[in-house]
Design a protein around this ligand. Structure first.
Ligand code: NAP
Length: 284
């Protein structure tokens, strides 16, 4: 039976570490890290995500402010805000909550953010730095997965890591991080032939397709580590992953639950990135 990877607990530990470092920065350098969050429209899910991020900031002592706009805001107004935030030393990190309502151009707006304040790690500059192994701000969800593997002492070097999903948010940057950690990486997507066979070769399986239960328990290799990123709503409203949990946990050595696995790590990594961005800005 697999050991359950307790993402909630690891996220709590990471936040405590960030809190200590934030307190040290304040005491030694009189600097309080700051995070600016841009929220547009009234999407209830986005409002919840932003509230959770603000709460995490409060918990660790990071100063945060949400800049809220109605859905009909002009692109230009948001661009002016980003330019101001780029220059404002009170904010070390800038985050635009996605998705943006149409017809706003999200990519154009994101690309205006100073890469050293890009705490979501999604700008081409940061993905490029990651690709060539330079110091960068890394995307929060893949970074959270790497930290989970590290905290549970799951060996990545030399392992065959199979990632199901190739999005810019999760699969693609994770494949670069796994490669940097010396895994042999296979990335699967909707055109992949014989998914069960490839999944069966995985020492580390990361499911990030966003399709409930597409990874069958019997596909999992005995002893594999299974990381389920998927967050899907079942008919009964319950949150479930991409992996058939009950069957998979009988074969895996480690497995993340949904909820309580990868999810809590994402916000913890945002705190870590905001601290890292602040330290980097102090140094430069
Ligand atoms: P996405 O942009 O929709 O990408 C999904 C990827 O999975 C695509 O590359 C797609 O292939 C692939 N895929 C879909 N169905 C597949 C299938 N049947 N077989 C093989 N590959 C398949 O999604 P995302 O943004 O990466 O998110 C993935 C999941 O993670 C979602 O459930 C999302 O809610 C969750 N998520 C959770 C967190 C968290 O903090 N817990 C953070 C981010 C995302 P193609 O490229 O060929 O279309």
């Amino acid at each position: 039976m697999a050991q359950i990877i307790d993402g909630k607990n690891v996220a709590l530990q990471v936040k405590l570490e960030v809190k200590e470092q934030v307190a040290r920065l304040k005491a030694q350098r009189s600097v309080i890290p700051g995070l600016a969050v841009v929220l547009v429209g009234d999407d209830p899910a986005s409002a919840v995500y932003v509230r959770n991020k603000q709460k995490a900031c409060d918990d660790v002592g990071i100063h945060s402010r949400t800049f809220s706009f109605s859905a009909d805001v002009e692109q230009r107004e948001l661009e002016i805000l980003i330019q101001e935030l780029n220059k404002n030393p009170q904010y070390n990190g800038i985050l635009v909550q996605m998705p943006l309502p149409k017809p706003l151009d999200a990519r154009a707006l994101l690309n205006m953010i100073d890469p050293d304040k890009d705490v979501d790690g999604l700008l081409p500059v940061n993905i490029g730095r990651l690709a060539i192994g330079e110091d960068a701000l890394y995307p929060c969800t893949p970074l959270g997965i790497m930290v989970l593997l590290q905290r549970y002492s799951i060996p990545v070097s030399g392992a065959h890591a199979v990632i199901v999903g190739r999005s810019n948010l999760v699969g693609k940057p994770l494949s670069l991080m796994m490669l940097a950690a010396n895994a042999t990486v296979t990335v699967c997507h909707t055109r992949t032939r014989d998914l069960p066979d490839i999944v069966h070769q995985a020492d580390i399986l990361v499911a990030a397709a966003g399709r409930r239960g597409i990874i069958k328990g019997e596909w999992i290799k005995q002893g594999a580590a299974v990381i389920d990123v998927g967050t899907n709503r079942a008919e009964n409203g319950k949150l479930t992953g991409d992996v058939e949990f009950e069957q998979a946990e009988k074969r895996a050595s480690f497995i993340t639950p949904v909820p309580g696995g990868v999810g809590p790590m994402t916000i913890a990594m945002l705190m870590k990135n905001t601290l890292a961005a602040t330290e980097r800005q102090i140094r430069s």
